[in-house]
Design a protein. Structure first.
Length: 99
């Protein structure tokens, strides 16, 4: 019984770690699906401003996505309900890789 219990706990931990890695790697896919329509596939800007080389920090980007900012144009006036906090961090990390 103890061995089964340990195996189950180990399996849950492995899944949790794997899920975290997948979320961290999903920033590019999330960006392409939710942001590229306005900001361009390479962050070059389109309808929305260019994000490539932005001076915003990853934390500032994640905050904008999760909290919104009244000074911004829609859709960024309000939080993006379609992104979790972890998703927003992944997108922000991806945006910071755009050069």
């Amino acid at each position: 019984m103890r061995l089964l219990h340990r195996s189950i706990i180990s399996a849950i931990l492995v899944c949790a770690v794997f899920t975290g890695v997948v979320l961290a790697q999903d920033g590019g896919a999330l960006f392409k699906a939710k942001c590229a329509g306005c900001h361009g596939a390479e962050g070059q800007g389109k309808i929305g401003p260019a994000l490539k080389g932005t001076s915003l920090t990853a934390d500032q980007i994640a905050d904008l996505l999760t909290k919104g900012n009244d000074a911004k144009k829609p859709p960024h006036k309000k939080p993006l309900a379609s992104l979790s906090a972890d998703d927003a961090k992944s997108v922000a990390a991806f945006v910071k890789t755009l050069k």
